[in-house]
Design a protein around this ligand. Structure first.
Ligand code: PLP
Length: 387
């Protein structure tokens, strides 16, 4: 036990201590923490769907009809017609032949990547990929080679050097990156795939619900659905619920049902969650205005902050404000929180040394008035802290 105490002390000394912050209440715009109200700038509820009246209603209806739990794993008696409706809906929405639902994005990546590659294969992974993609790669036993973030020349150099020594090769990338808020160079990745006989898995966690005509994601926006072998994403972000999906060909889905351990050895999602996910997909296609408004507000917030002298990255509603110095980052986050805005500092090891930042995720709940007040406060604090 003393061993862990020492580790915690060391973490605190490095300014890297993490702790939980229980939220007492949550309404559309505000969260209440320690009896103080904040506007939440760190939620992934991009379209405000976690409180959508139509989604609440289908959740309650499903509980009344089917109960609170699914009672078993899918291959025992936890499977349901409702689940198959969801899997068809997500496959249609994403434009692929078949779909499979997982209990979370983390579990999906862990199981999918470790099923798609083995110790005779090689995985090329963007350096900024989500932890679940790294963990899935390690679990697969494949050779893991990480390329510099979105650096296609670096990716191709590594592919040229290593590809021929392995049986199968897989490129894995997020489409909208969770810490940088930028887009993967999917067109170039597809070119490299064709040239060197490689498969691609794309994680659309942050893109699902926001991009493309239907709102299916960045792959839809770039018109690349047929060229990407494996697509996954989560229902826990813009869709306001929980769980994750994987879409691909019928054979690949059948293979996963028979081999993917994080699919097989876990209780199926509760009926209420499944029902919400079905409805959320339907709403995304219908409520196009919400994503259009959010994207245009994000564009103008990024522009205003950069004109105010901040270093801003990305091209989405995830907006990293680079402060670099760890202490200044923490101080700015603290002060902006005192003003009633819940925006958290991101520090190493989540980002490289020297790249500490405040990460804003803009949602549909942030109207023009909130965004204006938030921008004013940030620019004022920037002066005070001499950033
Ligand atoms: C959030 C996230 C996940 C994990 O999804 P959960 O459903 O929250 O487990 C996976 N990949 C990326 C890129 C994410 O941002």
């Amino acid at each position: 036990m003393r061993y862990y105490k020492q580790i915690i002390e060391d973490i605190k000394k490095k300014n890297l201590y993490r702790f939980l912050k229980p939220i007492k209440d949550r309404t559309c715009k505000y969260i209440t923490v320690n009896d103080k109200e904040y506007i939440d700038f760190s939620s992934n509820d991009y379209l405000g769907y976690s409180e959508h009246p139509a989604l609440k209603k289908v959740a309650v209806d499903a509980i009344n009809k089917f109960g609170t739990g699914s009672t078993a794993s899918r291959l025992l008696s936890g499977d349901s017609e409702l689940m198959h409706t969801l899997e068809s809906a997500i496959a249609d929405f994403k434009g692929k032949e078949s779909g499979l639902v997982f209990n979370s994005g983390y579990q999906a990546n862990l199981g999918l990547i470790s099923s798609l590659a083995n110790d005779k294969d090689v995985i090329f992974s963007d350096k900024l990929n989500h932890a679940s993609m790294i963990d899935g790669s390690i679990l697969s036993g494949a050779k893991l080679i990480r390329y510099r973030h979105n650096d296609m020349a670096h990716l191709e150099t590594l592919v040229k050097k290593h590809r021929s020594f392995y049986n199968k090769a897989l490129i894995i990338t997020e489409s909208v990156f969770s810490m940088e808020g930028d887009f993967a160079s999917l067109n170039e990745i597809v070119d490299i795939k064709k040239k060197y006989d490689i498969e691609i898995l794309v994680d659309e966690a942050h893109a699902t619900g926001l991009y493309g005509k239907k709102g299916a994601g960045l792959i839809e926006k770039f018109n690349l659905t047929d060229k990407i072998d494996y697509i996954m994403g989560t229902f826990g972000k813009a869709l306001g619920s929980f769980g994750a999906y994987f879409v691909s060909s019928k054979e690949v889905i059948e293979y996963m049902i028979n081999s993917c351990r994080s699919f097989i050895f876990t209780t199926a999602l509760p009926p209420s969650v499944i029902a919400v996910n079905i409805k959320a997909i339907e709403l995304i296609t219908k409520e196009k205005d919400k994503r259009t408004i959010l994207i245009s507000r994000a564009d103008s917030l990024r522009k205003n902050l950069s004109e105010g002298g901040f270093e801003i990255r990305g091209e989405s509603n995830i907006i990293p404000i680079l402060i670099k110095d760890i202490e200044k980052t923490i101080k700015l986050a603290e002060l902006i929180r005192e003003k009633g805005f819940w925006a958290l500092p991101i520090r190493p090891p989540a980002v490289p040394d020297d790249e500490s930042r405040i990460r804003i995720s803009l949602t549909y709940n942030h109207d023009d008035d909130i965004i204006r007040k938030f921008t004013e406060q940030l620019l004022y604090l920037k002066k005070c802290l001499n950033i």
